[in-house]
Design a protein around this ligand. Sequence first.
Ligand code: AHR
Length: 507
Amino acid sequence: STPCHRLIVNLDIAGPTISRHLYGHFAEHLGRCIYGGFWVGEDSDIPNTRGIRNDVVAALRELNIPNLRWPGGCFADEYHWRDGIGPRDQRPRMVNSHWGDVVEDNSFGTHEFMDLCELLGAEAYVNGNVGSGTVREMSEWIEYLTRDDDSPMAALRRANGQDEPWKVPFFGIGNEPWGCGGHLRAEAYADLARQYSTYVRNHNGNDVYRIAAGANADDVAWTKALMEGLVRPGGPDSKGWPYQGISLHYYTMSGTWSAKGSATEFSDDEYWKTIKAAQHIETLLTAHSTMMDVYDPHKSVGLILDEWGTWWDVEPGTNPGFLYQQNTVRDALVAAIHFDSFHRHADRLAMANIAQAVNVLQAMLLTDPESGALVKTPTFHVFAMNADHQDALALHTHFATDAAHRHEDAALPTLTASASTKDGEVLVSLANLELEEERELVLDFRGSGFEIGESLVLAGDSAASFNAPKHPDAVAPRPLKVRELEDGQFVLVLPPHSFATVRGQVL
Ligand code: AHR
């Protein structure tokens, strides 16, 4: 048969570098993300290092996890870091009012988080408290973390057992100030962001990249207010500016905030609604980037999508405040769609953090509360298969195809792709979003010689397939056959609802 779908990869047209930080993660004191997910305590039967689960660390290391955001989220704006240092049995308790109204015993605090980052080989993204905190509290936290002399906070850190200062490259100035972070208006928050950022000092060569808390989804006016609020003392280098990044949050769901839909039981219509919502990320990144271009054409300020992913109704029988959800092939395709967009916007998008790493929302890993068994989700596999895009140069790609699904008033493209190159290696990511139909596709590498390497496909039996302790590999990457047609042209068949990667080398 004559294949009618073609992806052109221009090996000689490179775009921006895809920062490894686009593959970042997020861990909040929420449900079983920290407690039971990362942290089991030193006395647990689950193998651990100083209380941190070894299997969780090993799995995230497989993804080359570049950074981890903590402690929230909404929790960040009610967290007082001084409650989480010193002997664990003497730490004060608090109420985690956003997430399940449970009592937090602060056994996982600053030292435990920095230990976790070291075990993961990930850079720390600490999110400070604006909503219920003070400028002094935030200022002292960065001093405690990063200062190297006998300053009051450095001395306190030493007294708590940590001699050397840590490196904290990323610091968040509050979270969702338009909502749980204080219900502020954009202009009011923009002033607070300038004020708080001023006191997040660079100590001993620890150059902090400060991230002002940005918009919810389509709220471009919020981004405008933060760009207008920036003090720019000459030159395009944002280092001396109060904040270097502006965040954005966007969640994908098939329904509404009050009825988001089930993670595993969904109709075809709900599937396509999800795809449409995921594809909206392209519009959002374009809209916020364009607004930032008006004020900052050199793209010195980074757009930081520090919360993204699917948000479903919680699994039946679980605490509604814990946001525990299953993760299917549909979630994997949502991740694939996001990454293709991220690669296209890598000139402005400086970081992205999926919500969240373990047991919360679109997680990489799920742990069984009874047996402790760890499961890698379909989304985990997308992160693993895409890991070599980290710090690679985006390559120009385009489709010659009209493959689309008619949904309500829209024609949703059913093929999505992106490609990058690093050290002569090429990685192409592809997805076929069709529910029933496979797609024969020609890959057309132009601009240089190309030698094909390993190819993998992730599909599962249905778009609703998921992994669980009894079937941990129901959705896992398998080899994909690729046939050479002629010089630089290859043909492959993408199964329905599948994500694939094709590797090769520039000759
Ligand atoms: O990721 C869960 C929550 O979603 C975060 O705490 C908050 O920032 C957002 O609303």
